[in-house]
Design a protein around this ligand. Sequence first.
Ligand code: GRF
Length: 189
Amino acid sequence: MTRIAIFASGSGSNAENIVNYFNENDAVEISLILTNKANAFVLERAKKLSIESLVFSRKQFLETDEVLHFLTENNINLIVLAGFLLKIPENLIKSFPNKIVNIHPALLPKYGGKGMYGDNVHKAVVEDKETESGITIHYVNENYDEGKIIFQAKCAVLTTDTFEDVASKIHKLEYEHFPKAIDFLLKNK
Ligand code: GRF
C-alpha cells in the first residue's frame, strides 16, 4: 500500500482530482492533506473527502521537524505538492529522496523560480506573447523548480488569450495528467 500526503496552499482542486482518481485503487491511499494556510479551501475538500488534514505554520514547517514526524508517524511513502507555495526544507528532502513530486503550471525551465507561481506564471506567459505553455511534473530537490522532469504536456496560447484563459487550459492539463503521472511513477518505481 502506498500512502500519499498531498500538500496544497489554496483551492486544492488538483488534490481533490487526485483523491478521486485513486478512489477505486486499493494499492494507493491519499492518507493526508497538509497546508500552511488555515483558511485554504483545500481543508473543506479534505473534510468532504474524509481525509485527515494538518495545518502548520511557516515556522513549524521551516524550523522544526514537526511536519516530518507527522509524515513518518503516518507511514507516508510519497509526497505530492499540488499548488503548495512554501519551499520544501532540507529535512523533508533528505528523508524523502525522489519521493516528492511537484506540478508547475508552465514548461520548465521557463517561468520557474522565485515569484513564479499561480497566476503570476500565466500573466508572464501572456505578456511575453508565448505561443504555447503547459505543465511540468517534476521531482523536488533543494532548488525548488529544478528537480528532474518526469512529464510535460503543452497547450497553445492564442494571441487573444487572457491569463485566465491560459490558467483554465493549464488546469485541464493538470487534471488529465497529474494523477496518471503519479500512477505511472508508482507502477514503475
Ligand atoms: C495549479 O495550477 C498548480 O499547478 C499551481 O497552483 C495551482 C493550484 O490549483 N502550482 P488548485 O489549488 O489545485 O486548484
